[in-house]
Write a protein that binds this ligand. Structure first.
Ligand code: 48H
Length: 262
């Protein structure tokens, strides 16, 4: 008897999802958080031929991009960061004063599509609840469905191994917290711990976001606001050049380290 349509559709989804998940159980780079810095990093890492998986706890990837500033859905980037957006075929409006504006929805969707097209796999509604640490190295991510976490269901997670882990979780730097608080790791920051984000100072926050993008411990990197929180940088509001440049720098650092480790 011919398979009914309901079985065909459900079977197609289940088989395709589990094939995709299985392909990503051991990756080169596991990125936590699909905000602008994580998506930019994913795209350049995947472009270089690495196997990249992003785990995003929300249903919609894009992080803090969608809402622009105060829900006015426009964002600003500095002229020197605009080429990163143009690399994703995202359009910007040059104000002629060193800044560009752009539609935040085009930015979020363009970054997501760019990372996907380059070959990164995005697992949405999946959160990273812990890390794997082994022999002085971060070597994997402990993942679960975000609704399981939100409903506080007592359900054990599964593990994705990774040669490098990027904390792109934004303001809370959740993954570095796991390393510091649970594993007792001293990261590469002035105190070895998490310094905490400072209040608003746009120029300084933008400048230091890129400087603060570092390898924090073997196998562990942070980008964007997570990097800033770890190193005690200032916040900068709805300007995104630093996030984009941080993602690109994180990709370059990881690429160099993984190439040297071969
Ligand atoms: C899976 C997780 C987990 C977890 C969090 O905040 P983001 O947009 O990240 P960045 O750093 O690339 O960009 C920051 C920017 O959006 C911003 O907030 C700016 C510029 N603020 C300035 C200011 O002054 O306030 O995205 C982080 C993503 C989010 O989508 C989270 O849902 C996700 O990470 N996430 N995903 N597992 N444990 N924790």
């Amino acid at each position: 008897m011919a398979e009914v349509m309901e079985e065909t559709i459900s079977g197609a989804i289940v088989r395709a999802f589990f094939a995709k998940f299985e392909r990503n159980l051991a990756v080169d780079v596991g990125i936590v958080g699909a905000g602008p810095s994580g998506l930019v990093a994913a795209r350049y890492l995947a472009d270089a031929g690495l196997r990249v998986a992003i785990f995003e706890s929300k249903l919609a990837p894009g992080g803090g991009t969608w809402g622009g500033g105060m829900l006015f859905n426009e964002v600003v980037v500095q002229a020197d960061a605009a080429p990163i957006l143009h690399d994703f075929a995202i359009r910007t409006n040059d104000l002629g004063n060193g800044y560009h504006t752009l539609d935040s929805v085009e930015m979020a969707s363009g970054l997501i599509f760019g990372a996907r097209k380059a070959g990164a796999t995005i697992f949405n509604a999946m959160c990273v609840e812990d890390i794997c640490v082994r022999e002085g190295r971060i070597c994997g991510l402990v993942v679960n469905w975000n609704p399981v976490r939100r409903l506080e269901m007592h359900v054990d997670p599964v593990v994705v191994t990774a040669r490098a882990v990027l904390d792109g979780t934004g303001h809370p730097s959740e993954i570095v917290h796991k390393a510091v608080d649970k594993a007792g790791i001293k990261v590469d920051s002035p105190t070895g711990g998490i310094m905490g984000e400072k209040p608003m100072w746009m120029e300084d926050g933008e400048r230091t976001t890129v400087i603060n993008t570092k390898r924090l411990y073997p196998g562990l990197y942070a980008s964007g606001m997570a990097a800033n929180n770890v190193q005690g940088g200032f916040r900068m509001g709805p300007i995104f050049g630093g996030m984009l440049k941080s993602g690109k720098k994180a990709a370059e650092l990881i690429l160099a380290d993984l190439a040297a480790a071969k």
